[in-house]
Every structure is written in C-alpha cells, then in structure tokens.
Ligand binder design. Sequence first.
Ligand SMILES: [Zn+2]
Ligand SMILES: [Zn+2]
Length: 291
Amino acid sequence: MKSNKALFTLLLFFIVLFTSSCGLLQDLEVQLQQNNGQEAGLLEVHFIDVGQGDAIWIKAPQDQNILIDAGGNRYGDKVVEYLSNHGVANLSAVIGTHPHEDHIGGLDRVIDHFAVEKVYMPKVLHNTKTFEDVLDAVDRKGLKISTAQAGVSLNLQGVDASFLAPVSEKYKELNNYSAVLRLQYGSQVFLFMGDAEELSESEMLGAYPQTKLKASVLKVGHHGSKTSTGDEWLKAVDPKYAVILCGKDNSYGHPHKEIMEKLEEKGIEIYRTDEDGTVVFRSDGKTISVK
Ligand SMILES: [Zn+2]
Ligand SMILES: [Zn+2]
C-alpha cells in the first residue's frame, strides 16, 4: 500500500515535470518565432499629442511602422518630426481613419516625407482642401488608396492587424466611416476606434463574437464624446486601459463627463493627451507597460 503511494507520487512527479517542460518548449518556440530576425520583439504604440485630433504610431515587433492619422493640418510637421526623431524612415501602412481634418490634416506631410508602402482609407469622399491635399500626396508617391473596411487585414509580421469597421458602405455621419483597427500581439489586443460612434459600435457588436472585441487597450472613439462608447460596447471590449486623444480646453468639451464617469466606474485606467501629453504603451505580447 505504502509503496503504491510512493509509486503514484513518483508518477505524478514525472507527469508534472513532463507537462511543464512541454509548456517551456512551447514558450521557447513562440519566443523564437517572435524574435525571428529581430532581437527585442517589443510592440510600441505611441499616442502622439496633437491637441484636438488623433495621431498614433505603432512600431510592430519586427520594426514595421504603422501610422493611424496624423492630426490636423498644423500638426503634420510635428508628427513627421516625432517619427523622424524615433528613427522611422519607412511606413508599412498609413491609415486615414476618416476624412475629418483633425485626423487626416497632417497626412499629406507624412506621405511626402516617408517611404510609404500602403495607404488605407474608408471608401468615402469629402469635399475639402484637406482631403484633396491627401489625395494629391498619394498621387505624387504613385500610390493607390486601399479601402479600409471590415475584414481587411494588414500584412504585418509578428502581429495580427485587421479592420473591424466600417461594416457598412453608406453612413449619414462621416465619423461612422471610421476605420477601426484591431491589433493583436500575443495575448494583448489594442482597439483603435477613430471617431466611430454608437452606430458603428452596434454594427461591430452584431458582426463579431465578444472574443474578437475584448481588448486590453481601447483608444476611445471620437475623443471621448458621448456619441461613442455605448454601454454594450464598453462591456464587450472590457479594456484595462482607455486612451483619449483630445486638446486642452477644446471647444467640444471632450472628453464628456458621462464617458469619464463610465470609464472610472469600471475601474479602467485612463490616459488622455490633454493632461498626460504623448502616451506610450509597450508590450512583449504577454504584459503591457505605459509611460
Ligand atoms: Zn476627430
Ligand atoms: Zn471625425
């Protein structure tokens, strides 16, 4: 009886040893895949302070760069300088979430300045000089605009990046055309909402399982306006961190009190560019740090 127990303990010991070493091997394999050709294997997401507007630089773990929006017209040079100071020369993808000036205003400067592989924008026209300027810059580079819409994936190494929205083809409100990007690195997910409002949120809630919407970091839609971040949406995304890009004392009153209260109630860690300046997230695919 006693030796049976000893035998059982020994067996258990080997089972535990075997399974844990399998796990170790798996971890090692993942690590090797992630580090293939690159040492650090870190994802960086920079929410650049461009006053009342959006500009987000993503440095993928294999040194590929993505830019989502470039702030208003007067921030184009600041975005170019920020990227240059961080050693960026190539952009694998430039995304103009939607044609409002506070998002695409600086894009012409960016496209003129860097080697750009692809430009993504939703399929909607806008009759402004700012919009024309972006089209002209794309033309000058001999590029074509790729349509940003639900189901389109960016071809990146080591991370999974795809658009969840726009789901439909026609909207009344320009904000709802916003290209919403889902970026996954290991177990960490970022959702970049542009100015998508509740209509787009409800379409995504209907189009995807909750597992696809759950994220660690939510770039809050429309600068924290109460037209976005509905209860159902926030429940589904269930983020640990929320980032709000907005200008100090902006005339829209962004972020709206209702949204701040909603986020605080859920214990979500909030960062906002009007108070914190540029906010940088780093992730190894397992954990996230903020600076
Ligand atoms: Zn905006
Ligand atoms: Zn907008």
